[in-house]
Design a binder for this molecule. Structure first.
Ligand SMILES: *Cc1c(COP(=O)(O)O)cnc(C)c1O
Length: 806
C-alpha cells in the first residue's frame, strides 16, 4: 500500500490543512516537516502493530538490545527510503516547488550517544528490522543529547543540545506501559516461611519509568520493530514526597543528560542510577510482556527472550534478571542463574584499561543495595565453582568484587553465555591479553563479530550521485544486497565507469566545499585532495599525528615554495569530552594551526585546514561522500573496530591506516595495493611495552624533521598556543609519547607521499576508489546482525506474510 504521487500530494494537503489550517504554498519548512513526518508515521503504523502481533502469534523468540547510547541522527529520509517512498516523495515535492533536502534539514539530529558505540547500536536497529529479525532496542530518553560544540577563539565550548524542543514526531509516549524502579535505601532479607527469604526495602525511592517508543522501520519488508527509551517521572503514589521544586528537579534530572564521555567513567552516582534505571525498567517490561502475551511458564523464558548487553553499562541486567526471577517469580538461585546466563550476551568495545567500568562497593550499596547483595552472591558462588579447577591467583584476578570495586566487565562475562569483540584483531587481543584469564576459564564463550554499518543510509541516502552511477553500471540489486557491490569489480578497467565515479565524487566535493564556505567562510577547491579525519577526539586516535604531518607540509612549502605539490584540504570533525583536558588542547592547536596556515599568503591554496564544528551524524553525512582519503591512524591495538573507516571506504575514499581494528579486515578486503598501511604493528607495540625501551626524546634529538615540527609548538611558529603548545610538547617528550606518534611519524609521512603520487595519476586513483566501493559490502551491518542472531541470540528471521502466501 505504498502511496502514489497523486495520493501523496492529496494526503499532504489534507494533513496540512488539518494540522495548521494552511495551504502548501504558505507553509513553512517547519510546518511541512511536521506534516510530512506524521504522514510517514501513519504509513508505517499498521505494519508496526502487525509486526508486534505477528511476534506474539508465532511465539517468536525476540532479542532486546540494551544500550545506554543510541545515535540515530535524523530519521526522515531513512524512514522514507525504507518505506520505498524516498524517490516518489522527492519528486512529488519538487512538483510543488519544495526541496525535500530543505525540509529534512529541519529535523533535529537525535544524538543520544557519544560516537561509535551509539552509532553502532543505531545501525544495528536498522539492520535488525531490515533483516526481518525480531529485535528491539532499550535505552534512555535523555532530555539533552550530546552537547553542541562551538569554537570560540579556537577553544571548544559546549552548549546544551535541546533536541526535544519543538517535539519529537517519531516517538509515542506509552504511559500504560510505565513501570516502577526502586533505588537507594536499605534492603534486608526477612524469612517469610521456613528457609524462604524475601527482601524488605526500607526508605527506597520509587521512580516511575515511562517508555517512549519509536518505530524502527525495516527496508522494503513491512517489518517495524521498536526502540524503547525510558524517561523518569514522579510516581503518583509519591507525589506528596516531592513538594519542593528542588526535590522534583533532582529526581527528574536522572534522565536529563547523556554522559559526554565515551571512555572514562566519572564515578558519578547519577550515572550508576541511570544504568540501573533503564536496565530495571527494560527487564520488567520484557517479563511483563512475556507473561501477558506469551502466557508461558517463567522457567521457559530463555527460549523466548535474548538480552544483549552493549558494553558494560547495562551489566546490571545480570543481577536484575536474578532479582526478578527469585524475588518476584519465586525461582531458586540455581534455576534463575541457569536462565539468566542463557539469556544474556555481552559485547566488549574497548581494550583501554582505564575505560573498563568499575564502581566502588560503597556507591553500589548506597545506590542499588539489592543489586549489590546479588552481585556478592554471584561472586561467592563463582569462586566456589571454579576454585577447584584453577589456580588461586587466576580466580582472584577474575572475581567480580576485587579491591573494593565491582568490575562490570567481569560481571558481564560471568553472567552471560557469550562475550564478543568487534573486529578480528580486537577479539584476538581480548583472548590473548585483556580478558585472557576469562578465556582460560570460559574458552567457548568468546567469539568475534566484526562491526558493520547501515549501508543504505551511508550510501543510498547520503551519496546520491554515486548511487546513480552504481545503478547505471551494475543494476539496483546492491541496494538490497550489499554483496552485489562486488559486480563493480568487472568495471575496474572501464574508463567510462571510472570517469562517472570521479564526476560523482567531484560533485560531492563541490557540495561540501559550498557547505564549508557557508559554515566557516573558508574557500576550498574541489581540485584538492580531501583528506578526512572524523571521530571523537582521543589521544589514542592520534589526531595530533595528523597535525604533526600538516605542520611538516607547511614548513616544507615555506622552505621550498616552488615545488609542485598536490593541493590538500585536511578536514577534521571531532568533539572532546568536556572534562578531557588534553583532547581540548589538541583542538585548540589544530584550530590555531588552521588559522595560521589558511591565512598565510605564501601557502596560497596548496594547504587548507578545515575543522568543522559539532561533528555528529548529520555532519558525517555531508563529509563522507566527499572524502578522498580516510584517516584511520590510531595506535595499533587501541581502536577496537572503528566504523567511520567502513562508511568512508563505501563512499570510495582510500584508507590511510595502521593495522588496527577493522582496518586489518579492510586491507584483507581490498588488497595491499588499494590501501595505505603504515606504522607499528600491534606486536611491535606490545614489544615496546615489554622491553620498556621507547625513547621519544631520542627521536626528537636525532630526527631533524621531527625536531623542527615539534619546535613549532613552542617557538611561536604557531601563534596563540603558548600554554597548549608546551603541553603538547611535554606530552611527547617529557612524558615519552604514550601513543608512539613520533615512532610512527616517518612511515606516516611516507604513506602520505605515496598518496600524493597516486592521486596525481587520476585513473590509477579512480580504480583504487572503485575497488574500495566494490569490496565494502562485507561491512554491512545486515551481515553483522545476522551473525549475532544465528550464533549468539538464536533468534530466527520472521516469516513474512508474503512467505506464507508463497
Ligand atoms: C561512525 C561515527 C562515529 C564512529 O567513528 P570512528 O571513526 O569509528 O570512531 C562517531 N561519530 C559519528 C557521528 C559517526 O557517524
Amino acid at each position: 500500500m505504498t502511496l502514489d504521487k497523486k495520493t501523496f500530494k492529496k494526503e499532504l494537503r489534507q494533513r496540512l490543512s488539518e494540522n495548521y489550517a494552511m495551504e502548501i504554498e504558505d507553509a513553512s519548512e517547519q510546518e511541512l516537516f511536521y506534516t510530512l513526518g506524521t504522514l510517514i508515521k501513519a504509513q508505517y503504523a499498521e505494519a508496526w502493530g502487525n509486526t508486534w502481533r505477528r511476534y506474539i502469534s508465532k511465539q517468536q523468540k525476540q532479542v532486546y538490545y540494551f544500550s545506554i547510547e543510541f545515535l540515530p541522527g535524523r530519521m526522515l529520509k531513512s524512514n522514507l527510503l525504507n518505506l520505498g517512498m524516498l524517490a516518489m516523495v522527492r519528486e512529488a515535492l519538487a512538483e510543488l516547488n519544495i526541496d525535500l533536502d530543505k525540509i529534512a534539514d529541519v529535523e533535529k539530529d537525535m544524538a543520544l550517544g557519544n560516537g561509535g558505540l551509539g552509532r553502532l547500536a543505531s545501525c544495528f536497529m536498522d539492520s535488525i528490522a531490515s533483516c526481518n529479525l525480531p529485535g528491539n532496542g532499550n535505552g534512555i530518553r535523555y532530555d539533552y543529547g550530546l552537547f553542541k560544540q562551538r569554537f570560540v577563539d579556537g577553544y571548544q565550548v559546549e552548549l546544551p543540545d535541546e533536541w526535544l524542543k519543538g517535539g519529537n514526531i517519531w516517538e509515542i509516549r506509552r504511559e500504560s506501559k510505565a513501570v516502577d524502579v526502586r533505588v537507594g535505601g536499605h534492603v534486608y532479607l526477612a524469612e517469610v516461611s521456613k528457609g524462604h527469604f524475601k527482601p524488605v526495602y526500607e526508605n527506597a525511592r520509587v521512580l516511575r519509568a515511562v517508555p517512549y517508543d519509536t518505530g524502527m522501520v525495516g527496508y522494503d519488508n513491512d517489518v517495524v520493530n521498536t526502540l524503547r527509551l525510558w524517561s523518569v517521572e514522579i510516581p503518583a503514589s509519591e507525589e506528596d514526597k516531592y513538594q519542593s521544586i528542588h526535590g522534583r528537579r533532582e529526581l527528574e534530572d536522572l534522565t536529563a543528560v547523556l554522559y559526554p564521555d565515551d571512555s572514562n567513567e566519572q564515578g558519578r552516582l547519577t550515572r550508576l542510577t541511570q544504568e540501573y534505571f533503564f536496565v530495571s525498567a527494560g527487564i520488567q517490561s520484557i517479563i511483563r510482556h512475556y507473561k501477558k502475551q506469551y502466557k508461558k511458564p517463567i522457567a521457559q523464558l530463555s527460549e523466548y527472550v535474548s538480552i544483549h548487553i552493549n558494553d558494560t553499562h547495562p551489566a546490571l541486567c545480570v543481577p536484575e534478571m536474578m532479582r526478578i526471577l527469585m524475588d518476584e517469580e519465586d525461582l531458586s538461585w540455581e534455576q534463575a542463574w541457569d536462565i539468566t546466563v542463557k539469556i544474556m550476551s555481552y559485547t566488549n568495545h574497548t581494550i583501554m584499561a582505564e575505560a573498563l567500568e568499575k564502581w566502588s562497593i560503597d556507591l553500589m550499596k548506597r545506590t542499588v543495595p539489592r543489586m549489590y547483595q546479588i552481585i556478592e552472591e554471584i561472586d561467592r558462588r563463582y569462586v566456589e565453582t571454579i576454585k577447584a579447577l584453577h589456580p588461586y591467583e587466576l580466580v582472584e584476578r577474575t572475581r567480580i568484587i576485587r579491591e573494593g570495586q565491582v568490575h562490570m566487565a567481569h560481571l558481564s562475562i560471568i553472567g552471560s553465555h557469550s562475550t564478543n569483540g568487534v573486529a578480528k584483531l580486537h577479539s584476538d587481543l581480548l583472548k590473548a591479553v585483556v580478558l585472557h584469564d576469562f578465556y582460560v576459564i570460559y574458552p567457548d564463550r568468546f567469539n568475534n563479530k566484526t562491526n558493520g554499518v547501515a549501508q543504505r543510509r551511508w550510501s543510498q541516502i547520503v551519496n546520491r550521485p554515486m548511487s546513480k552511477v552504481l545503478d547505471e553500471t551494475i543494476g539496483k540489486t546492491w541496494r538490497k544486497n550489499p554483496d552485489d557491490l562486488k559486480l563493480l569489480m568487472n568495471y575496474q578497467a572501464d574508463d567510462k565507469v571510472l570517469t562517472k565515479l570521479a564526476e560523482a565524487k567531484k560533485a560531492n566535493k563541490q557540495a561540501l566545499a559550498d557547505y564549508v564556505l557557508s559554515a566557516t567562510g573558508i574557500a576550498i577547491s574541489s581540485e584538492a585532495i580531501f583528506d578526512v579525519q572524523i571521530k571523537r577526539l582521543h589521544a589514542y586516535k592520534r589526531q595530533l599525528l595528523n597535525l604533526l604531518h600538516i605542520i611538516k607540509l607547511y614548513q616544507d612549502i615555506k622552505e621550498n615554495p616552488q615545488i609542485e605539490r598536490q593541493k590538500r584540504v585536511f578536514i577534521f570533525g571531532a568533539k572532546a569530552a568536556p572534562s578531557y583536558h588534553y583532547a581540548k588542547v589538541i583542538i585548540k592547536c589544530i584550530n590555531e594551526a588552521a588559522h595560521l596556515i589558511n591565512n598565510d599568503p605564501a601557502i596560497h591554496d596548496q594547504l587548507k585546514i578545515v575543522f568543522l564544528e559539532n561533528y555528529n551524524v548529520t555532519l558525517a553525512e555531508k563529509i563522507i561522500p566527499a572524502a578522498d582519503v580516510s584517516e584511520q591512524i590510531s595506535l595499533a591495538s587501541k581502536e577496537a573496530s572503528g566504523t567511520s573507516n567502513m562508511k568512508l571506504m563505501l563512499n570510495g575514499a582510500i584508507t590511510l591506516a595502521t593495522l588496527d581494528g577493522a582496518n586489518v579486515e579492510i586491507r584483507d578486503a581490498v588488497g595491499d595495493e588499494n590501501i595505505y598501511i603504515f606504522g607499528l604493528t600491534e606486536q611491535e607495540v606490545y614489544q615496546y611495552y615489554q622491553n620498556q625501551d621507547y625513547s621519544a626524546r631520542q627521536l626528537y634529538e636525532e630526527n631533524p624533521i621531527i625536531h623542527r615540527v615539534l619546535n613549532a609548538f613552542i617557538d611561536g611558529t604557531i601563534p596563540n598556543i603558548e600554554y597548549e603548545g608546551r603541553e603538547i610538547f611535554d606530552s611527547l617528550i617529557q612524558y615519552n609519547d604514550e601513543y608512539f606518534l613520533l615512532r610512527d611519524f616517518d612511515s606516516y609521512v611516507e604513506a602520505q607521499q605515496q598518496i600524493d603520487h597516486a592521486y596525481a595519476d587520476q585513473s590509477f586513483w579512480q580504480k583504487m576508489s572503485l575497488i574500495n566501493i566494490a569490496n565494502a559490502g562485507r561491512f554491512s551491518s545486515d551481515e553483522t546482525v545476522r551473525r549475532y542472531a544465528e550464533d549468539i541470540w538464536k533468534v530466527d528471521p520472521i516469516r513474512l506474510p508474503v512467505d506464507e502466501e508463497g
